[in-house]
Design a protein around this ligand. Structure first.
Ligand code: SAM
Length: 159
């Protein structure tokens, strides 16, 4: 979730409720400040996914952009199992370095402090775990950045 990048694209007409989950309450407050009025149905939950899961609801769409680098992938799958149902889409974005620093650009220090757990996402490990839970890949996009990093987006649907 972070501070809610991308939530400007949420349509009030088609979206019943948006849950925002993050370990950082300050980010969630900023997110609410930015988007609560616009979305109308934003609910934030401050939790550390390594110790606690969100269990209140199942959802149609899970978005995890640039989050998998900070959390245990198996904990992410555990959370996904709890909130998904047939048809649920999970959309993830992660970065591949190609020799660039793991984190670059502005805000580096802030992001470095977020979590002890930093890793490069193991694509096949992620895919295998998702397949094991009945998710099939429906979209794959790659975007090269000027600094040698690559952004990878995968969308999966639960069968
Ligand atoms: C690089 S930010 C990306 C946020 C957002 N997707 C964006 O694009 O702005 C990674 C986010 O993961 C959150 N995070 C890190 N470790 C976490 C954990 N253990 N449980 C829940 N959230 C965590 C951080 O607080 C941070 O907001």
């Amino acid at each position: 979730m972070g501070t809610g990048n991308g939530l400007e694209h949420v349509s009030k007409k088609t979206t019943k409720i948006v849950y925002g989950i993050d370990i950082n309450d300050g980010f969630l407050k900023t997110c609410s400040h930015r988007y609560a009025k616009r979305i109308g149905s934003l609910q934030t939950r401050c939790l550390d996914i390594h110790h606690e899961y969100f269990t209140e609801d199942t959802v149609d769409l899970v978005i995890a952009n640039l989050v998998l680098e900070f959390i245990d992938i198996e904990r992410f799958i555990g959370q996904l199992k709890l909130v998904s149902r047939k048809g649920t889409i999970v959309s993830v974005v992660f970065q591949i370095r190609h020799d660039a620093p793991f984190i670059s650009g502005s805000g580096v220090k802030a992001i470095e402090r977020l979590s002890e757990y930093k890793q490069e996402v193991d694509r096949s490990f992620l895919e295998n775990l998702l397949k094991h839970e009945g998710f099939i890949c429906i979209k794959e996009l790659h975007h090269m950045l000027h600094d040698g990093k690559e952004m990878v987006r995968f969308d999966f649907r639960k069968t």
